[in-house]
Structures are given as structure tokens and as C-alpha cells.
Design a protein around this ligand. Sequence first.
Ligand code: H2B
Length: 96
Amino acid sequence: MPRPSKLTHSELQELLSALEGWELIDGKLHKTFAFIDFSEAWGFMCRTALIAEKMDHHPEWFNVYRTVRVDLTTHDAGGVTRLDIELAQKMNALAR
Ligand code: H2B
């Protein structure tokens, strides 16, 4: 399957406006998720990992106790693509 290409600035702004809690930091999609405890945070990471494997698209993330800091970018494309938007939407749905 061909990898998607980097989104343009205007495409990104539009898609970002519909993505609750995500912002662009250093050219990557960023969100910090806060859960009630480590178990909830880890459960979220496990469920995300299964989705990421299926998509063959993986997050950069950092967990401390109940928070999970996430950065999404497409390394192959050198920037944010539709795959990052898709994964961000799925992570929002899982965290709800
Ligand atoms: N994840 C992310 N976030 N970006 C990529 O470019 C990427 C990936 N590439 N997961 C995939 C795996 C690639 O390395 C494999 C070979 O398909």
C-alpha cells in the first residue's frame, strides 16, 4: 500500500480543528492524555498498540503514571499525514 503524503498547512489546520485536544508542536500532532490512574493509562496504551499494529502506523509516546504524552508523525513522509489524523481520532475515541 502506498504511504500517504504530508498534509499541506491548510489541510492540516482544517483537520486539526475537528480533533479535540490535539495541537501541532514541532511539526508533530501532540496531545497529553490524563487518566484516573496507571491502569487506565496502560489499558489505553494496550488498545492503541493493537490499532497501531493493524494500521502499521505507530505513535511516539511517553507514559508517567496516569499521563500519556503522544506525538504523531509519519516518518516515511517527513511530516503529518492522514494516517496521523486517523490514529489521533481513534485514540480520542478510546480515551472517551
Ligand atoms: N509509524 C509511523 N508513525 N510512521 C511511519 O513512517 C511508519 C510507522 N512506518 N510504522 C512504518 C511503520 C514502516 O516503518 C514499516 C516498514 O511499514
